[in-house]
Design a binder for this molecule. Sequence first.
Ligand code: ZN
Length: 290
Amino acid sequence: MPELPETETIARDLQARVRGASVRDVTVLRDDVLRGANAGELAEHVTGCTIAAVWRRAKLIVLDLEAPRASGSNHCGHAITRAGHIVVQPRFTGSLLVDDGTLPEGLADYLTVTFTLHDGRALHYRDVRRLGTVSWMNPARFAEYQRTLGPEPLDDEFTATTLRAALGDSSRVIKAALMDQHRLAGVGNIYATEALWAAQIDPSRETRSLVEPEWVALHDALRRILTASITARGTSFRDYRDASGERGDFVRQLQAYGREAQPCARCGKRLIATHAVDGRNTVFCAYCQR
Ligand SMILES: [Zn+2]
């Protein structure tokens, strides 16, 4: 499931490749991924719009769309051109792919929504299991939705104090708190597992039991690991692909996630896998994570 680094990689690629393009038409092959608009409404909203920007929020890819001409004006008479946002949540098997005729073979199936661009290229939302979503949100709805999400761990102003304030009072286990998108944006099973290993914190600890040096260590680990993974273009397990259909390389730098029964790189004991922490697969070192 794409987390912050994978989603950031997709968004940056799309920003470089489709920003400024306009949408010629929309084809919906599987409408069960749509939210906020049916196929006809989506086409009505986005046809003719320009993709003004593509960026990431939490584990979502956001396309800012501008209307082709002034769709209204404010009290000063200035044109209002912001049409709305397409918000893509890839979840388990979703990917956004730019098709300029060079898309790798084998990725042309499982397409659900295709935006044909004015230059003939296509932007596909592909999803094997169709648990991901493509949402249409007008600016007010999008602003409201954003307010339900926690702070971004890579923002300049995100400090250890911010992290503690976002999570600290919870009696839940720290791993589950880290993965709660309402408290902290962008972190899922891979990066919660990795950050807790790096900070030497037992994933099953009650969040409120963490002390100041642990919050500092966890904050440092989160930012360092997320940044390193973006540099490596994310972690690929199974279905994650970037906007060109390529896999991410951070898998080689993982210290805990996916390494159950292998030796801990810090102390040499065997890493343990359990579902007892939060119902998800959690890998940790019972000797040096306390
Ligand atoms: Zn260890």
